[in-house]
Design a binder for this molecule. Sequence first.
Ligand code: ZN
Length: 404
Amino acid sequence: MPYSSASIPRDMLIHPQMTLRTRVLVLDVPDFLMRYCVIEMRSPLQIWEAEIRAALFTVAPEKAEAFAELVAKRNMTLDFVDKGGLHFRAYDDHPEIEVGWPALEALWSATYAYLALYQARHRSQVSGEMQFHIGSQELSVGLNLYGWSLNRLKGKMESAWPNQLPLPSRPPKTDFEKLVLRNFLDAAAWILQHECGHQILQRPRPLGRESIDLEWEADRHATAWTLDGLHDGILINERLVGICIATGFLEAHRDNASSDSHPAPFERMTMALNYRSVPPDALPYAFALSALQMNWHLREYNTWIQVENQTFRELLAQFGACLSGRPATAWLLVRPEDAVKADLALSAPLESEITRGIAYDLWELRGSPLWASEVDWFAAENYYRDLRFDAVVRLLREKALNQA
Ligand SMILES: [Zn+2]
């Protein structure tokens, strides 16, 4: 596995405060099934091959030397092939790791889509919006890109990269694409370290141990390699985001199903997230949740509404329950038309007559002081909004498709 010291742009950090809490999430149906003209070419990611190889080292630069020793001792090689499907493989009988370009392309597309969704939600939250709609340019492009790449990976569609969709370019064209590249490399590094875990810890392949157990061990190796020894919260978040992208991408491909050989991707994601104790409202939990919602949306075209305020860790756990078909109080699966109505009701202007009536009662409750105050008016508006929100949620609960 040749070691390249190619440098990776490290200037685009996702800010640790960049968490989100959007009460109502309304996702629109993507149009990635539209017809595209295609351009014939080899994998456009090949321009980053050196960096993908280097990512195994640069994902944890503090352990690069130790890793180089392991690689040399085991004669490990990393090879890129054109095979389709989710092709990440650690051979049993020789120390080779093999990766398919189509799988890497889909991982790059997943990174693009997850980051676009996260950033759009974050922007919407910063500007104080209660509802969130998919609409930004990068986001709808990301949805189309990711949807297309998943379909192609699953063999539902035979085509080269559509020329209307963004391509990896060298150097990246925008700050956003720089961010995509950096996080893609972190995600690829975790998946490749997982394969290295098989080679380093399980060759020759141990007899009498279940496949699933071996997979967990390889995951633990990748996660420990990426996170052990770190103290900087920003770095921990950043590397966890890479792991969320990797496991989120596996979730999308495997439809969260466990198999005889592999654990369910959602379990793998939460296991890695809980490896270091990051606060329950930290960015990685918010990011993971956002990534899963994007997967679920692409898979099912359905609409999820968050109706309770919880920590992101709790919201993620509850969404995991939804994924396995169990009821969850924080998330409602609703028909798109019900979501649209809820959205209209929640964003309608407040009736000033009603606000005035509430404000008057609040003023009386304060003992009808002589001086007039805007306090009552603001309190009345908030109370009115809360009442309206509760009423809408009650109605949505009755109509929800995922309630017991
Ligand atoms: Zn494995």
